[in-house]
Structures are given as C-alpha cells and as structure tokens.
Ligand binder design. Structure first.
Ligand SMILES: Nc1ncnc2c1ncn2[C@@H]1O[C@H](COP(=O)(O)OP(=O)(O)OP(=O)(O)O)[C@@H](O)[C@H]1O
Ligand code: SF4
Ligand SMILES: [Mg+2]
Length: 380
C-alpha cells in the first residue's frame, strides 16, 4: 500500500501537474500522459446532463400550536436541483462542490435514477437514462456505480464482505460461483486488502478499509462511471490520500470516469480535471480545475476558495485562511423560496439591484470556463 505522503508528488492526480487536465471538447491537452484527442469515445461525452430538475414535495410547518403538533402548513415544492447541466468525458474526473444542502447528492441520485428527475435529460453513452425502465435500466446500472461517504451504511452488516462484493455480479449474472469467488479475491487484493478478508464482516474493518471494500464492490461489475459521494470526507488525511491514490490508479488502469462530490476544495484540487460549483440547486461556475483555482469568476467560488483552511497547500498558494472579504453574508436562503434572478444575490458582497432579474448572464472566459454572474470576474 502506498504511503500517505504520496498524493503530493505522484502521478495523475498530483497537484503539481499544471496543464494536465481534460477539456470536454477534446482540446488536445494531456491526461495521464495520453492525448485526449483521438481517444475512442472522447468526442462524445460519457455522461451528459441537460436541464436536470428534482423537486421534492414537502409540507411546510403550520403556525402556532398547530405547527407544534405537526399540523397545518401547506404543500410546497423544494427545489433541490433546479436546472443543472453537466458533461463528463470517459476517463475524466468532474468534481461537484458546494455547501451542505445545495443539491449535490440529489444530482447524483437523479443521474443514477435512484430518485426520479422532475425534468431534464440524462444521457449516458448516447442512451437516455431518464427514459429507461425495467431491464434496460438494470443493465445501465452496471455501468454506473456509486461509493458513499459511509460504506458502513451501504454494506449489509449481516453479509460477509465477499458476499457484498459479489452481490452485483449475482444480480447482473456475471460468472459462475467459482469465477465470482476468484474475482472477489482479485478485487480485494487490488484495493489493498487480502483475499481471506472475504470471509469477514464489515464491522471487523477500519473506516479506510471499509471504503476500499466499497470501491471493490463498485468495481465488481466493471462500471465506466463511479459516483464518489463524499467518498473520502470521513477519513483521516493520510488514509484519504491512500484512497485517492487508489482511485487514481484505477482510473488510469480502467479508463474510469468519476463524478467526485466533495465539500473540501483542497481535495478537489488534487483529484479533479474539471470542477463544477453548485449553489442552491444550480451550477454557478464550471471549468478546468487549474483555471477555476487560479482565476475564480463567481463570487461564491471565490468565497469557497478563500475559506480553504490555511494549512492546506492549495490555500498557501491562494493566500487563504485569513478573514476574507468574499465571505457570504448571512445564511443560505430556503430552497422552498429561492431568490429571483441570481440565487446568490442575498449573500453576495458585490450584488446590485439588476442581480434580481432573470435570466442571469453566462460569462465564458477562455475555453470551457464559465460562470453564471452579471459581474463575473469583478473585484470588490
Ligand atoms: N427525500 C427528500 N425529501 C425532501 N427534501 C430533500 C430530500 N432529500 C434531500 N432534500 C433536500 O434537498 C436539498 C438538497 O439536498 P442534498 O442532499 O442533495 O444536498 P447535498 O449538497 O448533498 O448536501 P450535503 O453536502 O449535506 O450532503 C436539501 O435542502 C435537502 O434538505
Ligand atoms: S449575479 Fe450579482 S448577486 Fe449574483 S453572484 Fe454575480 S454579482 Fe453577485
Ligand atoms: Mg450530500
């Protein structure tokens, strides 16, 4: 297993590799030492999400004593995801970042069809996921796997680790019993565990080991996309680095694409090719990670970057950690009644009256770097 300090210096996701990032149009820049142009399938995104909306029906709290007894209130729609569009190329990592409750997990769950989209399109390798059902959807689920923050929650405590890893292969009828057993052993070794661990139960492992089991389980059905929803957020920094390096190696070996959901921008800086910043159900900025970190356009991205703890290498480069003028004002508004125009205007330090008007202009700076803001790139 690699040492914890490896993340900084090494290979594909190492933060020191300026310029080694993919662009969805195959702009010819190198990823993992390969030219993206001419890579099979790159011209066509693996995943494309257009105008995705997910609204949850909720009941608001009633007034006075009725509210205290859980009575009264009215039915309303909570706009968890409100017009999200994304593209992800084969073998690429797109980070989706934003504060708690902005809709990251809901976006991922809709892509995986674990929650029904209210509107929009999800196209995976040319297939409209949003319109699939039954067997076709089951088949597609093999291509799209997920690793959660807490694999303890997704691993059945009554099943051995081997049975959990093999479960997807059984569902998708891959191999016979002996082949599955051999594959489980191979996968355990590949993620840095031992074949005999197959007979053990999840509670016998540490958090980092359980995350490796979660990754082995996702890999078992040979997916092309893995959604990592805060997959390393609960781990110690050194264990985090090991798991990130494992994910990087697997990406290089197997051409996997990752949708990497995180709130920690310092981690994103090291792992992603591109980053999409989400605020209150919408993407507010998107671009190659180097560009977004070097030249953030949206005031919310600036606030997130300035809030990176000062002791992280990314923050040292940005001079982060000190109290910063881009800090958002007040609390986030409710997704039950988002502000008109720009959703960030109630918290933005450079808001002006026109920011309340729809539509908010999309400003594009250079190739594939854009922000939804009237004053994108403006200084305080
Ligand atoms: N099943 C549900 N019913 C009603 N509202 C929901 C449901 N699931 C999520 N929400 C709401 O949708 C919004 C987006 O939630 P989501 O879990 O997608 O956010 P997130 O960005 O993943 O947050 P976190 O970083 O805390 O994981 C939140 O306001 C949340 O309260
Ligand atoms: S549109 Fe206006 S309120 Fe919104 S982020 Fe830009 S400047 Fe701030
Ligand atoms: Mg979440």
């Amino acid at each position: 297993m690699r040492g914890s300090g490896a993340l900084q210096q090494r290979g594909p996701w190492g933060g020191e590799q300026a310029g080694a990032h993919a662009t969805p149009d195959g702009g010819g820049r190198a990823v993992h030492g390969q030219e993206q142009r001419g890579r099979p399938g790159y011209e066509r995104p693996l995943l494309e999400v257009r105008g995705l909306e997910v609204y949850y029906p909720v009941r608001t709290a009633g007034e006075g004593w009725r509210g205290r007894w859980g009575l009264g209130g009215r039915r309303a729609w909570l706009r968890a995801v409100d017009g999200v569009s994304l593209r992800l190329a084969p073998g690429e990592t797109l980070a989706l970042v934003g504060e708690s409750g902005c809709g990251k997990t809901t976006t991922a769950r809709a892509i995986l069809r674990l929650v029904e989209p209210s509107a929009g399109e999800i196209i995976f390798d040319g297939v409209p996921v949003h319109a699939l059902g039954g067997r076709a959807l089951r088949r597609l689920r093999r291509d799209m796997q997920v690793v959660f923050q807490d694999p303890y929650g997704s691993l059945d405590p009554r099943m051995t680790v081997g049975a959990s890893i093999a479960e997807g292969m059984v569902i998708h009828r891959l191999g016979n019993r002996r082949e599955r057993r051999r594959r489980v052993a191979e996968l355990l070794e590949r993620v840095g565990l031992r074949p005999e661990h197959a007979a053990r139960y999840p509670h016998e492992f540490s958090g980092g080991q359980r995350q490796r089991i979660g990754i082995a389980r996702a890999l078992a059905v040979e997916p092309r996309l893995i959604v990592c929803d805060e997959a390393v957020s609960a781990l110690d920094v050194s264990i985090q680095a090991q798991v990130l390096n494992l994910l990087a190696d697997l990406q290089e070996e197997r051409g996997l694409a990752y949708l990497f959901i995180a709130h920690d921008l310092a981690v994103v800086r090291h792992v992603a090719h591109r980053v999409a910043v989400m605020y209150l159900g919408r993407i507010v900025e998107e671009g190659p990670v180097e560009r977004v970190f070097a030249q953030p356009l949206h005031p919310y991205t600036r606030a997130l970057l300035a809030a990176i703890p000062a002791d992280s290498p990314a923050a040292r480069r940005l001079g982060g950690g000190a109290p910063h003028p881009w800090r958002p004002r007040g609390d986030p508004p409710s997704p039950l009644a988002p502000p008109s125009g720009c959703r960030y205007r109630t918290r933005c330090p450079i808001a002006e009256p026109a920011c309340g008007r729809d539509p908010v202009p999309v400003v594009e700076v250079g190739q594939e770097h854009r922000a939804v803001c009237r004053k994108a790139g403006a200084e305080l």
